[in-house]
Design a protein around this ligand. Structure first.
Ligand SMILES: [Zn+2]
Ligand SMILES: [Zn+2]
Length: 145
């Protein structure tokens, strides 16, 4: 069943890439409901993982909570087509952000002009933690994975 807080069906599926490094070095959103760790770290350009394109809607959904939580509102996942007709998925805070992106990236389009996935409302949960994991927590998390 999909977690009401972080929208994932699997409580240890993330991080997807280099999980050990991500858990050790990056700030994590720790879901207070299912315990899933979700990278919420900002790089030197203040970008988080959810700012980047995703290969599938399912993967984008795994990072949507980080976007919603950071912006304190429901963000949308949009289906983006490139000039070769290849699909990718990107999270935007508002439809205006999508329009700015399309304006800057003339080879990209968004035929549906609306989010393929968005939550109705933003909710806070009392047990959420945003923190760096200690070594023991990283090891335990990876064991279950
Ligand atoms: Zn990370
Ligand atoms: Zn969860």
């Amino acid at each position: 069943m999909e977690c009401i807080e972080c929208y994932s069906e699997k409580d240890h599926i993330t991080p997807l890439l280099n999980p050990k490094n991500c858990l050790e070095k990056h700030l994590q959103y720790v879901c207070g409901t299912c315990g899933r760790c979700l990278c919420i770290n900002k790089d030197e350009k203040h970008r988080q993982r959810w700012n980047f394109p995703f290969k599938s809607l399912d993967i984008a959904k795994l990072y949507l909570r980080a976007a919603d939580f950071t912006n304190k509102k429901p963000c949308g996942i949009y289906e983006i087509l490139n000039s070769q007709g290849r699909k990718s998925y990107k999270i935007f805070v508002t439809i205006e952000d999508l329009e700015i992106y399309l304006h800057k990236n003339k080879d990209k389009s968004c035929p549906m002009v609306q989010a393929v996935y968005i939550k109705e409302c933003y909710q806070e949960f009392s047990n959420t933690k945003v923190k760096f994991l200690d070594i023991r927590e990283v090891e335990q998390y990876l064991l279950i994975q």
